[in-house]
Each structure stands twice: as structure tokens, then as C-alpha cells.
Design a protein around this ligand. Structure first.
Ligand code: CTP
Ligand code: CA
Length: 225
């Protein structure tokens, strides 16, 4: 097929993609956040739409234009992302969690701006755990045969960490990136290994985020049958 022309192999399917990174507010002007740009998730949404899917994109704080032909839900925090993903997943054939979801949020939200006080050291910030959306979606499978995909950025023994995470989350596929200087965050390109719960391993060479997205949809489409 010519580049940019896709076979509509996801026609009649509803897919949910989460993208971006959650922000967990401390007070009205500050948050705990992460460096996820949202580009990989948006590439997944665009490529799924190009392949004929109905796409719900749950976007957390991505500074990117809304893609055409996609239903978009904008969220801020992990708790809001969970609600939007679970709602959209109820009738979804596939759920792809490309968003960077904060593991913790501040235990207390200060409704007024936190001020420093003369001669006083700052209070430590107490954190609590956020819900694990991927583990929850994987355990629930709102629809039989629903395919669930996670993303993980790892260092050190990337594949061993990825295998352990895939098992822990209970998803069907885990896209594992090796992170390091200048890699992955904010970049236009990506390189990954997609691990399957069935033991498969698909290497995706360094290239545009669209190419990785298309490989993910190939693997999802094969599992949807
Ligand atoms: N994820 C999620 N909810 C969370 C944390 C992560 O749904 N609270 C999803 C991410 O969207 C991603 C996958 O889980 O698809 C893996 O995220 P990662 O941060 O690598 O997993 P964790 O279990 O949080 O492991 P770690 O302790 O290495 O951060
Ligand atoms: Ca995490």
C-alpha cells in the first residue's frame, strides 16, 4: 500500500486511546506532572481513524491540536482519566493506554495558593496512590475479546522489566521503550519492543511515532480476528 493510504481493517471497531500526561494539583497554580508530550497517543488515534475505527481519544494535558475525525475527551488528573477511559471502554474493542498516568497525587489539595512563611522550612508534600487504570481495564474487560494495550518506559533490563509489568498489569500487549537522554519524551520518533501476553516479541525499529502506532494496530487487529 502507498504511504498514507490505509486499509480500513478497523472499520466497525471502537478503540479508546489515552494520551498525554496527567497533572495532579497541589493548589490552584501548581501541579505534579510529567514530560509526556502526547505525540505517541495522538499518532495512535490518527492512525486508527485512518484505518476506519471509531476513535475516542482521552487526552491529558497535551498541547496538540484535536485530531480530525476523532471523539476527544480532555482530562486533567489520573482520577478524571480513569473515569473517561472506563466510560469509553464499556463498548470498546480495544483500549490503548499511551498516557503517562501519575502514580501518586498530593494527599491534600490546598484551595488557596500555598505561601512561604518567613524563617520557616516548607512542609513535606504527602502523596497517596492513584488508581491503576490499565490494571483495572485489563481485569474488567468490559467486552469479551477486548484487546488491552499498555505502554512502559523502562531503563536497565528493559525486556525483563517489561515482561514482569505485562504480567502484573494483565494486558494483552505492552509497548516497551528504553528511556535515556534525548529518547522518547517530546521526540517525533520512537523505538520499541511490543511484548505479547502470548509470549510474542515484535521489535519496532527507530522511526516515526506513526510507524509504531501502525504496528500496534496490526497486532491489535490480529487479536480481534
Ligand atoms: N498506568 C495506568 N494507571 C496508573 C499508572 C500507569 O493506567 N496509575 C498505565 C500507563 O498508561 C501505561 C502502563 O500503565 O500504559 C505502564 O505505566 P508505568 O508507569 O510503566 O507502570 P507502573 O505500574 O506505574 O510502574 P512503575 O512503578 O515502573 O512506574
Ligand atoms: Ca508509573
Amino acid at each position: 500500500l502507498a504511504r498514507g493510504v490505509s486499509e480500513p481493517d478497523l472499520a466497525g471497531r471502537h478503540v479508546v486511546v489515552s494520551a498525554g500526561g496527567t497533572r495532579e494539583p497541589l493548589d490552584p497554580v501548581r501541579f505534579l506532572g510529567n514530560r509526556s508530550s502526547g505525540k505517541q497517543g495522538y499518532a495512535l488515534a490518527r492512525t486508527a481513524a485512518a484505518r476506519g475505527a471509531r476513535v475516542t481519544l482521552v487526552s491529558a494535558n497535551a498541547s496538540l491540536p484535536d485530531p480530525a475525525g476523532v471523539d476527544i475527551v480532555h482530562v486533567g488528573t489520573a482520577v478524571q482519566l480513569r473515569e473517561a477511559v472506563l466510560k469509553a471502554a464499556a463498548d470498546a474493542d480495544a483500549v490503548v493506554m499511551a498516557a503517562a498516568v501519575a502514580d501518586f497525587r498530593p494527599a491534600v489539595y490546598a484551595s488557596g495558593k500555598i505561601k512561604k512563611k518567613d524563617g520557616q522550612e516548607p512542609e513535606p508534600v504527602a502523596l497517596v496512590r492513584n488508581p491503576d487504570v490499565l490494571a483495572e481495564v485489563s481485569a474488567e474487560r468490559a467486552r469479551p475479546g477486548q484487546v488491552v494495550v499498555g505502554f512502559a518506559a523502562e531503563t536497565d533490563d528493559v525486556l525483563a522489566n517489561g515482561r514482569a509489568k505485562l504480567a502484573r498489569k494483565g494486558c494483552d500487549l505492552l509497548v516497551v521503550n528504553e528511556v535515556g537522554e534525548r529518547r522518547t519524551f517530546g521526540s517525533e520518533e520512537n523505538e520499541a519492543v511490543v511484548l505479547g501476553a502470548d509470549g510474542t516479541e515484535t521489535a519496532v525499529p527507530h522511526g516515526p511515532k506513526e510507524a509504531l502506532a501502525d504496528t500496534v494496530w496490526d497486532l491489535v487487529a490480529a487479536r480481534l480476528g
